[in-house]
Design a protein around this ligand. Structure first.
Ligand code: PHE
Length: 342
């Protein structure tokens, strides 16, 4: 009877198969574990008459060996089929791959630096909507209706409503601040602006500005100049020269363009400054009394200055970047160079 049982188990082992870890485990439970049929054969030893014990023992050991050998084969087979599906296991002793740490975008870093410089001299931050109405972007800023100055800014209008446009400058935010706050006002408005311009190395239809506004009693052009001198030296270094050139903006009178000495050649003349030694960084001027009145501020009592600069332009000068498009292309080779700026 025992030998029949042994033969049956042998046959079962020979026929056993496993295609997955679960099936392997089932095999192990049935033929290898302490509760296996093979273990049971060993337990039966006590009921075998003494003279048969030796032979019985040999047979059972043989079954045990068969079971173990088959188990090894089955493990091999399952591993090979897994590797065929998923490829070989990686070398688990290798150190882990580290993911590179990202960095602050150069435009963000430049904006932060500009904000920091002006915050230290008492400017607060203000923000406003990118979709603006005509009043805040133009009319309150003294752009007469149908005046060519509106075209100067190549506006994107919302098709069905000529009163709504993407803001062309962040001066619109300053109108909002003046409407809602009483002087003294010292505010800085950084933000994204939009103009219908063809994209090139020097121009883009979406770019960033930071505008500043100071309104109080007795604010003078001398204050404007001193503030921008301070900014230029903090931003670009002590050796930097600043120059004001007469200009025109509807919302300031007098108005001036701000130039700084070329960062590349130090003022000697090169192809960045087109041989002049100077590069423009923005516009500025004394707030036109009409603008103050439009925003409910008494222009007899208060005066103010305003300035506006392109953040891209400042970043290009500071880091000697020669193509505006690089800022939005997300080329990692470009961006990596600015890692650790802040
Ligand atoms: N808003 C002007 C522009 O977008 C810049 C500017 C701001 C000029 C404030 C003068 C005063 O070009």
């Amino acid at each position: 009877m025992q030998s029949q049982k042994i033969d049956q188990i042998k046959a079962e082992i020979a026929a056993a198969n496993a295609k997955s870890a679960e099936e392997l485990e089932a095999y192990r439970m049935r033929f290898i574990s302490k509760k296996s049929v093979v273990a049971a054969l060993f337990a039966d030893m006590k009921s075998i008459p003494n003279e048969q014990k030796k032979e019985y023992g040999q047979q059972v050991n043989e079954v045990k060996q068969l079971a173990e050998e088959k188990f090894k084969q089955l493990i091999e087979a399952v591993n090979t089929s897994r590797q065929q599906k998923t490829g070989p296991l990686p070398d688990l002793t290798l150190p882990p791959t580290t993911w590179p740490i990202g960095g602050i975008h150069p435009l963000t870093a430049t904006r932060q630096r500009i904000v920091e410089i002006f915050e230290r001299i008492g400017f607060n931050l203000s923000e406003g909507p990118e979709i603006e109405d005509d009043w805040h972007n133009f009319t309150a800023l003294n752009f007469p209706e149908n005046h060519p100055a509106r075209e100067m800014q190549d506006t994107f209008f919302i098709e069905k409503n000529p009163d709504i446009a993407l803001r062309t400058h962040t001066s619109s935010v300053q109108v909002r601040v003046m409407e809602n706050e009483k002087p003294p006002i010292r505010t800085l408005s950084p933000g994204r602006v939009f103009r219908n311009e063809a994209i090139s190395a020097r121009a883009h239809c979406i770019f960033h500005q930071v505008e500043g506004l100071y309104v109080d009693e007795n604010v003078s052009f001398a204050n404007l100049k001193q503030t921008l001198y301070h900014f230029a030296k903090e931003m670009f270094g002590k050796q930097t020269q600043v120059r004001f050139r007469p200009s025109f903006f509807p919302f300031t009178e007098p108005s001036a363009e701000i130039d700084i000495s070329c960062q590349l050649c130090g003022g000697k003349g090169c192809n960045i400054c087109k041989g002049t030694g100077w590069v423009e960084i923005g516009g500025s001027g004394m707030v036109d009394p009409n603008v103050l009145e439009n925003c409910g501020i008494d222009s007899e009592k208060y005066t103010g200055f305003a300035f506006g600069m392109g953040i891209e332009r400042i970043a290009m000068l500071k880091y000697q970047i020669n193509d505006l498009r690089l800022f939005t292309e997300n080329d990692i080779r470009f961006l990596q160079q600015f890692r650790g700026l802040l």
